[in-house]
Design a protein around this ligand. Structure first.
Ligand code: NI
Length: 136
């Protein structure tokens, strides 16, 4: 059977502060700009989760995208949605919660827990900025 990639888009909100204590305050502002705000700020994240597999001849599906969504909520969004990434999510205790680092954390939460093979995550921090990760 043909191998096809299917994608579910989900939404979550989270707060963060980008900051590296090894940099001076001025450097932090220069490098991270508004995302260095000391009292945090929020983003409306959009996450696209793509899984790959063969089409099931009985259903015509690679994966039930409703089931994919349920599992993404269970394994990732329950952990991240409406959280302060710096304070509430242990992975970011010593890791800057950039979109790049966040997409890798989400990959680790989801890999092996979805029907089909997790192929790619696309994480939008704003409607103009996105990062992509395929597990390596
Ligand atoms: Ni930000």
């Amino acid at each position: 059977m043909p191998t096809v990639t299917v994608t579910r888009r989900v939404h979550f909100n989270a707060a963060h502060r980008l900051h590296n204590p090894a940099f001076s305050d001025d450097e932090n502002v220069r490098i991270f700009g508004l995302c260095n705000n000391p009292n945090y700020h929020g983003h409306n994240y959009e996450l696209e989760v793509s899984v790959e597999g063969e089409i099931d001849p009985a259903t015509g599906y690679v994966a039930d995208l409703g089931e994919v969504k349920r599992l993404v909520v269970e394994h990732a969004l329950r952990y991240l949605d409406h959280k302060n990434l710096n304070l509430d999510v242990p992975e970011f205790r010593d890791l800057n919660p950039t979109t790049e680092n966040l997409v890798v954390v989400i990959w680790e939460l989801l890999e092996g827990r979805l029907p089909g093979k997790l192929k790619q995550l696309v994480l939008w921090e704003t409607p103009r900025n996105r990062v992509e990760y395929s597990g390596s």
